[in-house]
Design a protein around this ligand. Structure first.
Ligand code: GLN
Length: 454
């Protein structure tokens, strides 16, 4: 059924970069045989899944949205993918994304843009736009995305679904094609928080292949069904005063209306609500756009046409590098590698990179202070709803960067954050609510998000 739906709908939406129907049906048949023999099937037995194309899938092309990796077939699975398959999930295909995760609309894919199922003249958000579009249109019941500065939460918000950026290290990054290693996370995207909790339980945990991964994992989906879980009287919510933050003028009313409505829902659920502010919003954005490109410039050095990446014909080695990288990578990726190399170069390191790290440390400290006062922080996920295709392309790249103003602060602090649908704007486009939790506070985020959705 899902393959049929992809066949019919993906012509319009372009959420997938590749679909392997034969492999999916074969895996389903294997599960069927296991079932007939009375063997144990995992908790996700025969549940189809779409995988963002920067997660390695053994034997299936993995491009990270780049022409550079157009023909790359990994010899191993990402740990997150392997865990889902071990639980019985069946991969339908790989989803479209901004090249190497750099972008907020999936228009910066090296292949084609993806279209928003709510209005195909608009973007899905990014960089996990293909995953968001696939779930939102019912082409997959759930998907994996990656989030470095907002790439799960912002497309979830634009497509009217739920998405979780886990605490840094909660889900193994092994097999994720690296963008910015100190910020990258892998997480689930689905229609409801209850589904996210079930999937997260399978994804989370220590992986010897990723030294930054954590061991503890809670029985997340059980928490939601505990007696009294839906009464939030023991929960203190910090509501971000968004009047003072950088939202776009014309959108403020819709975002504000939905945000105030959702706070009313939480008050009805008996949560205590206090007003807080998130200072350093502008500085966070600036620090991110120094740190992420710096790490990217180092991570992407391996794609040189020799060690990794498609190789162009050339008569000597530097021409080979130039041609392979020149033709293989898009303009935004080049911009970030140049910015990052500059920020790390001697003479500029202190002025840019080290300063950005100091700002990051201030933001971490500020969140620590806030979480001494409240349990969960609430703010909109994005300053606006899905924009028109092409609207922010060309010209000033900062227009696109500003999309991330509300999702970047928790990323810099390594905190978990959930985006759930909170309402619609005047054009009937979905808007997302962001719930930011304390380090390893996914259980409480699920409980609060689930209570809201119930
Ligand atoms: N949009 C942000 C960027 O372009 C975040 C992307 C991401 O989280 N992968 O860097």
């Amino acid at each position: 059924e899902y393959l049929q739906r992809i066949h019919e709908m993906d012509k319009v939406l372009s959420a997938f970069l590749s679909v392997d129907a034969e492999r999916a049906l074969y895996k389903a048949q294997l599960l069927d045989e296991k079932w007939d023999k009375g063997e144990h099937l995992g908790p996700l037995a025969a549940v189809p899944v779409a995988i963002k194309d920067n997660l390695c899938t053994k034997g299936m092309v993995t491009t990270a949205g780049s022409k550079m990796l157009e023909t790359f077939v990994p010899a191993y699975d990402a740990t997150s993918v392997a865990r889902l398959e071990a639980a019985g999930a069946i991969i339908l295909g790989k989803t479209n994304m901004d090249e190497f995760g750099m972008g907020s609309s999936t228009e910066l894919s090296g292949f084609h843009p993806s279209k928003n199922p709510w209005d195909p003249s608009r973007v899905c958000g990014g960089s996990s736009g293909g995953s968001a579009g696939a779930v939102s249109s019912g082409m997959a019941p759930f998907a994996l995305g990656s989030d470095t500065g907002g790439s799960i939460r912002q497309p979830a918000s634009f497509c009217g679904i739920s998405g979780l950026k886990p605490t840094y290290g909660r889900v193994s990054r092994f097999g994720l094609i690296a963008f910015s290693s100190s910020l990258d996370t892998v997480g689930p995207m689905a229609c409801s928080v209850a589904e996210l909790a079930t999937i997260f339980q399978i994804l989370a945990g220590r992986d010897p292949m990723d030294p930054t991964s954590w061991s503890e994992a809670a029985p997340y989906s059980d928490i939601l069904h505990r007696k009294g879980a839906l009464d939030l009287k023991d929960v203190k919510l910090g509501v971000v005063d968004i009047f003072s933050s950088s939202l776009e003028e014309n959108q403020v009313n819709d975002v504000m209306r939905c945000f105030l409505d959702s706070i009313r829902v939480f008050t009805k659920l008996n949560a205590q609500v206090v007003s807080i502010s998130l200072p350093y919003l502008e500085e966070a954005l600036a620090a991110y756009y120094v740190i992420a490109p710096s790490e990217a410039s180092s991570n992407l050095a391996r794609f040189d046409g020799v060690r990794f990446g498609s190789r162009q014909e050339a008569s000597h080695i530097s021409e080979l590098y130039q041609k392979s990288r020149g033709l293989g990578m898009g303009a935004e990726v080049k911009r970030r590698m140049i910015t990052g190399t500059f920020a790390l170069s001697s003479g500029y390191y202190d002025a840019y990179y080290r300063k950005a790290l100091r700002v990051r440390q201030c933001i971490i400290g500020q969140f620590e202070d806030l979480f001494r006062q409240v349990d969960v922080i609430l703010c909109p996920t994005t300053p606006c709803a899905a924009f028109e295709l092409g609207e922010r392309m060309g010209g000033d790249p900062v227009k696109m960067y500003r999309e991330d103003v509300l999702t970047i602060p928790p990323s810099l602090a390594g905190l978990p954050a959930l985006s759930i649908p909170m309402g619609f704007d005047a054009n009937q486009l979905p808007l997302g609510l962001q719930l930011i939790g304390n380090r390893q506070g996914e259980d409480l985020l699920f409980r609060v998000g689930h209570a809201f959705q119930m």
